[in-house]
Design a protein around this ligand. Sequence first.
Ligand code: ZN
Length: 121
Amino acid sequence: MTEHKASFSTTCPQCGHEVPPAAEACPDCGKAIAGPVTPSDPWELWSKESQTRKMLWTGAVITFWVSIVILGILYVIQNKLSLVVLSIAAGMLFLGVWLKTRYQLHLRKEPDRPTQDVRAD
Ligand SMILES: [Zn+2]
């Protein structure tokens, strides 16, 4: 995947030295730069949100299956199901389905990629 390169750079808030966009600290005085300040790039924002949603969804699905496994173990060992774990599993199933729907809706709103299809004259 090619990285989207923006043609801007930031300046150090402490010494005013020019700092490359990818840098985490000022090369001149060493002051830490608090993340890239790029709220105006819709593709960047979109892909970040996309990642967050995907992570949340994966988390919900994993929690769901872990709860199911715990329920299964409890059932085998004690011959009973834990209501707490059962409600967690149900909640995570619901959350997972909801997040998946949100994620798919989100994917449909994909903005134009700035670095792709550039070669078409
Ligand atoms: Zn500096």
